[in-house]
Design a protein around this ligand. Structure first.
Ligand code: ATP
Ligand code: MG
Length: 356
């Protein structure tokens, strides 16, 4: 009677560097949590990334997206290699998946956990708790099919950005939904003073959509002011919505002020049923600590929590989130060096398992 009722298909792309280490390390923990909540999942592992690139000249096979498309969800570790330019890893794997599967919501929670010290003086547990909704399919990272180039006469490079009504409205709407659910407020990030076309268009859509959410207070901030205010008054933020580039930058600030890159989870979410979403820690492959076994696995555990949440397995999602919260709050618990401890990845995961 306790038989699992559901089996999900999860595609695993461990990737490179510490990505492979943390993805592997947390598997027993996430399987146990699934089992405790009456479901299981099958994983298909894809050894794509920079090693694949160095052998095959591409980050993933040409039919890579076709192989992933029927999955219930995708989990990615990290991609990156000192000998492979970042734009190759980005354009060869991450962007094709995000765009190909229309994962237009990049959701990045930033929470200062109890037991974690913020580099910002005076900030304690619970003081920082915001979530960034970053547009993930167009904006400044749009591929405008050849209009971009470098090497015109006099070495001119052109890089434009694309803001469509559909793309802009849907990320803004997703952020309003989140703000309504959290019963707090929304901050829309732009640079409307300098970018008088795209960002004014964005502002207009925020104003329109806000009429449908009378309960949500809206604040508008220029990205430069927002960068300052995330340092000066992070406790006042709740839901932030930003374009692809601005969201990218602000979420790195968010990860730093909440303690460590090793704690920041993210989801690339396709809210419909047509394609799978993809979850990944915010950090990269961290070549400086690869092979030492000391990568912090917590961002990966929290990203699995977001994956379970997205599947509708809310209790399992909460269980993973809570066990991380519990461990961090215990000052006797093992910690990896990025959090000031001397424990390795395995020890931290083992301790999490013992707290389930
Ligand atoms: P990539 O090129 O893949 O982005 P990176 O060197 O930029 O790799 P990041 O993940 O962006 O690596 O992280 C920057 C630094 O933060 C790393 O070099 C590492 O020292 C530290 N770091 C990142 N993630 C973790 C983690 N999970 N555990 C411990 N330290 C981490
Ligand atoms: Mg990096």
């Amino acid at each position: 009677s306790d038989k699992p009722s559901k089996t999900y298909d999860i595609e695993l792309i461990p990737g490179d560097g510490i990505g492979t280490e943390v993805v592997k390390a947390v598997m027993p923990l996430v399987r146990t949590v699934a089992d405790q909540h009456g479901f299981e999942f099958e994983t298909t592992r894809r050894d794509w990334g920079t090693e694949y690139y160095l052998n095959h000249g591409e980050m993933m096979p040409g039919d890579g997206l076709d192989r992933l498309t029927d999955a219930d969800s995708i989990f990615l570790g990290a991609v990156g290699h000192p000998d492979v330019p970042d734009h190759v890893t980005l354009h060869g794997l991450l962007l094709p998946i995000r765009k190909g599967f229309d994962q237009y919501v990049c959701k990045r929670p930033n929470v200062l956990f109890e037991g974690i010290e913020s580099p910002l003086r005076g900030y304690e547990s619970g003081d920082i708790d915001f979530v960034v909704y970053r547009e993930n399919t167009e904006g400044e990272y749009a591929d405008l099919g050849g209009r971009e180039h470098r090497g015109l006469a006099h070495e001119t490079a052109i890089q434009s950005a694309l803001f469509t009504r559909r793309g802009t409205e849907r990320i803004i709407r997703a952020a309003f939904e989140a703000a309504a659910e959290r019963e707090r407020h929304l901050t829309s990030i732009t640079k409307s003073n300098a970018q008088a076309y795209s960002m004014v268009f964005w502002d207009d859509i925020v104003a329109e959509v806000s009429e449908e959410y009378p309960g949500v207070t809206v604040e508008r901030l220029l990205v430069d002011a927002a960068s300052m205010d995330l340092i000066r008054r992070p406790h006042e933020f709740d839901v932030l919505v930003a374009s692809n580039l601005f969201g990218d930058i602000l979420t790195d600030i968010g990860a730093q002020i909440t303690g460590s890159m090793g704690l920041a989870p993210s989801g690339n979410i396709h809210p419909g049923d047509e394609y799978p979403s993809m979850f990944e820690p915010v950090h990269g492959s961290a070549p400086d600590i690869v092979g030492k076994g000391v990568a912090n696995p917590l961002a990966t555990v929290l990203s699995w929590s977001m994956l379970f949440e997205d599947l509708g397995e809310t209790d399992a999602a909460d269980a993973l989130w809570d066990v991380v919260t519990d461990q961090l709050a215990d000052d006797a618990a093992p910690r990896t060096p990025d959090l000031g401890g001397d424990a390795n990845t395995q020890t931290v995961v083992g301790d999490l398992s013992s707290r389930l």
